[in-house]
Design a binder for this molecule. Structure first.
Ligand code: BG6
Length: 478
């Protein structure tokens, strides 16, 4: 279904994110027929360039970063025809009158701030003073949304000076992932799970976002940030919120976000012994973290594992274990809800521990599996085995289904539709920083040194211990 017509301005339109994700994603939406005939995309950045130069830049980006859609030469030509470019000075007046003259009336105006947060305030102000944005306009901002509570509050204030909260779309691309939304469908669209979704039946929950890549190429950003700021404060906390929140009265933006906010506010403060930080070592000719960031004394973490509790009725006493890291054994992200053991077994001689586990796989191989216990087939008597009830979405949907849209494509279309459900509200972001700030400040004050770990592993030994101490274990990253 096509969305309403729009003019989408991408500040930072020549940058890495625009070339890698935003424009190839928009091309896919264009091909699927979701972009209306006359919708336009206007790149805006510092470089001097004309429309033709920009079209060439994006054609090259689609060639480099696009998927199978790049074979569609005719479609690409038409898509490129929708692109325009305006050189702009974010901190001065250059280019703004030209941009104002280009914008059409009667269509949705959306502005994507694909730039560092230090420019958010400048852009918001100039959109206002040059009368480019109106009441219907939307702005989209990227992470990192600040680096602590104070800077996030400042950014929120800078944006709020010119835009209402209903116009601000703070992207967390994890919320655009197919399985993440499915999490809500599974919880609130089935009778099976919700009655069990509490401390009576759930032993603990594990959230893992493991990556095989290092931080090479992004060292200067990453070394100032680390896994806590780069991944936990946003992506992992958002997953935690969705898994733990109370059912919203309705699936609409503010009701969902109200419930997520309550989860963050109920998180117990993190104690140092509940957190393990790691940093990857060199191996087999591959550089170490410190080589990658060119900082031989860096104390920034490329891995983090933590244990937390949500202090409310539903989750009293249930630990939530979160971990994420670079250069690990495999690229895999999943949420596992591990249910409690049966209180009593009727199968004599069966001493194994059987547990139901609902594993929600974010990537790769998106889907879910539910570990259930059955009788081992064959004549061997009543011997029990655990098997997965596997639902891989690609199998379930069949080969003819339209390719699952990438997180960015989906989220940009939500902006045009005016749907904020999958975007973070200002108070959520601030509450998340309020939770991570004290622990980060503690490391900085103590000059805490992360444990080193070998690449291509499960992470530092201490992360294993974090669970073993509680008589539990992480699911294997593989
Ligand atoms: C980004 C982080 O937000 O998410 C990166 O800045 C990380 O460090 C990336 O690699 C992971 O995203 P995905 O979609 O590849 O899991």
């Amino acid at each position: 279904i096509p969305v309403d017509s729009f003019d989408l301005v991408i500040f930072g339109g020549t940058g890495d994110l625009a070339r890698r994700k935003i424009l190839p994603g928009l091309f896919r939406r264009f091909r699927s027929g979701q972009m209306p005939e006359d919708a336009r995309i206007i790149g805006a950045a510092r470089a001097e360039m004309d429309d033709e130069g920009y079209r060439q830049l994006i054609a090259d980006a689609v060639e480099e970063f696009g998927g199978e859609e790049k074979a569609d030469a005719e479609g690409l030509k038409q898509f490129l025809g929708r692109l325009h470019y305006v050189p702009i000075d974010a901190k001065g007046d250059g280019g703004w009158p030209e941009l104002a003259a280009l914008m059409r009336d009667g269509v949705i105006r959306a502005f994507y701030f694909s730039v560092g947060p230090s420019l958010f305030g400048d852009l918001a102000e100039r959109l206002h003073t040059h009368s480019i944005a109106d009441e219907q306009s939307r702005i989209v901002v990227e992470k990192p949304f600040g680096r602590d509570l104070a800077s996030a509050q400042q950014l929120n204030a800078d944006l709020a000076a010119h835009f209402g909260e209903h116009q601000i779309y703070r992207i967390d691309h994890y919320l655009g992932k197919e399985t993440v939304q499915n999490l809500m469908a599974v919880r609130f669209g089935n009778v099976l799970f919700e009655p069990l979704w509490n401390s009576h039946y759930v032993d603990h929950i594990q959230i893992t976002v493991a990556e095989t890549v290092g931080v090479g190429g992004r060292g200067s950003y990453y070394d100032q940030s680390g896994a806590m700021r780069d991944m936990v404060q946003n992506h992992l906390m958002q997953l935690l919120c969705l898994i733990a929140m109370e059912p919203p009265a309705q699936y609409d933006a503010d009701r969902v976000r109200d419930e997520k906010l309550k989860v963050i506010r109920a998180l117990q403060p993190l104690q140092p012994h509940q957190v393990v930080r790691g940093q990857y070592d060199a191996a087999g000719g591959d550089p170490s973290y410190r080589d990658d960031v060119e900082n031989p004394r860096s104390h920034t973490e490329s891995f983090i594992a933590l244990k937390t509790h949500i202090a409310n009725w539903r989750w009293a006493g249930v630990p939530f274990y979160l971990r994420t890291g670079k250069r690990l054994k495999a690229r895999t992200s999943e949420i596992a809800v591990v249910f409690k053991d049966l209180g009593h077994t009727i199968f004599e001689g069966d001493t194994a521990r059987h547990r139901n586990i609902l594993a929600i796989r974010l990537q790769p191989n998106e889907g879910m599996d539910l570990q259930v216990t059955i009788k081992e087939p064959g004549p061997g008597g009543m011997r029990l085995v655990d098997v997965p009830l596997d639902m891989t979405f690609a199998d379930a949907l069949g080969p003819d289904q339209e390719q699952v849209p990438d997180a960015y494509e989906r989220l940009i279309m939500d902006v045009i539709r005016g749907n904020q459900t999958l975007f973070m509200r200002g108070d959520e972001v601030e509450a998340a920083w309020a939770w991570t700030d004290p622990i980060i400040a503690g490391w900085e004050a103590r000059h805490d040194v992360p444990k080193t770990y070998d690449p291509d592993t499960q992470g530092p030994e201490d992360a294993m211990m974090l669970m073993h101490r509680d008589g539990r274990r992480w699911r294997e990253i593989r």
